[in-house]
Design a protein around this ligand. Structure first.
Ligand SMILES: [Zn+2]
Ligand SMILES: [Zn+2]
Length: 340
């Protein structure tokens, strides 16, 4: 069925099939505003719904397309098509977006090359979910193998959320670090909120040389810590958030329980491969990757809506991560129950 049939009222937009794209040679001007195309200044763009050619200004929006287009990410459409598609967006976000597709990569084992190394930059939230699941599983595995290296149950118990990142740092004197990850909060009932994508950048100066890739797990202890991750830009986790390098093992467990370890809102744990001692979170820049969230959920959602709201349902794609987090928490819960 073609778009013209839909416009004539003979068809349903939801059962529309992908069009044949108009060849570039067929248009020297924008189909809508008739402005001529020029190198760099005004280039050709195809509308993914109608297949015609438009200038950038007349095809600025990205929206989810009907199911037969088999596209889980929002695609570029012209202004006219955007008007047609906009009312369908809530329905499409619940049926075709990445958030409602089950995760395909969900094992951490040596047969999957991607389990060997967590790339510091991931382009999509689906990739972040896989990476975060690996990181949580590896922290849980270390904890159960050697209790002296475990994250103390006193820190995990009652955690309000987790930020899970992998960060690459390198340099000689000056160093730069960058990485990506996600943040997920724990609801009152013990279930998890939808994840929100995070970016991390920092630069520093000191006696340092080398390169390292670190997996970071930051335990957010309370709601103010979760709120600190809800803006679009969080400078070095400043603004009232105090972050401490998380203590490890049984000794820390005892100190935490008698309340000597202070009351930091966030505790960071890292697992590094390389020559640097670790990654400092302070003096760095954390951002919400809104474009990555938009691509995954198929609609613009703020980190606050995801982490503190109640209107977005948890994506199926995050099931493996939720199971890994539940395991980590259950182990800590069992350990605290044992002590009581
Ligand atoms: Zn135009
Ligand atoms: Zn169009």
């Amino acid at each position: 069925m073609s778009l013209s049939a839909v416009l004539d009222g003979d068809g349903d937009l939801l059962s529309l099939e992908p069009p044949c794209w108009v060849p570039d040679s067929h248009a020297t001007t924008c189909t809508r505003c008739k402005a001529g195309f020029r190198p760099l200044a005004r280039t050709r763009h195809h509308c993914r719904l109608c297949g015609s050619i438009f200038c950038g200004a007349c095809s600025a929006g990205k929206l989810l397309l009907p199911p037969k287009f088999r596209e889980a990410s929002p695609q570029r459409v012209c202004v006219n098509c955007a008007a047609l598609l906009t009312p369908l967006q809530p329905f499409l976000a619940g049926t075709v977006s990445h958030a409602v597709q089950p995760a395909v990569h969900d094992v951490t084992d040596a047969s999957a090359l991607r389990s060997w190394f967590n790339p510091p930059m991931a382009a999509s939230l689906a990739a972040e979910l896989y990476k975060a699941t690996n990181i949580v599983r590896s922290f849980a595995a270390v904890g159960s193998r050697s209790p002296d290296k475990a994250i103390p149950a006193a820190i995990l118990d009652g955690a309000a959320g987790f930020a899970i990142l992998s960060v690459a740092k390198g340099g000689c004197g000056w160093s730069v670090a960058a990485g990506t990850g996600l943040v997920v909060a724990r609801k009152a009932g013990g279930s998890w909120t939808p994840p929100s994508a995070l970016g991390f950048y920092s630069c520093g100066w000191g006696f340092q040389f080398g390169g390292v890739v670190s997996d970071l797990l930051i335990v957010l202890r309370n709601q103010p810590a979760v709120a600190a991750f809800c803006g679009t830009l969080h400078c070095g986790l400043a603004g009232g958030v105090n972050l401490a390098v998380g203590p490890l093992g049984r000794q820390a467990e005892v100190t935490m329980q008698v309340g000597l370890a202070g009351a930091a809102m966030c505790y960071s744990y890292s697992c590094s491969r390389g020559a640097f001692a670790g990654v400092s979170i302070e003096g760095s820049l954390l951002t919400t990757r809104s474009d990555v969230n938009l691509n995954f959920y198929g609609r613009p959602l703020t980190a606050k809506q995801l982490l503190m709201g109640d209107n977005v349902s948890a994506p199926v794609a995050a099931d493996a991560l939720y199971t890994a987090l539940d395991d980590l928490m259950a182990r800590a819960g069992a350990l605290s129950a044992e002590r009581r």
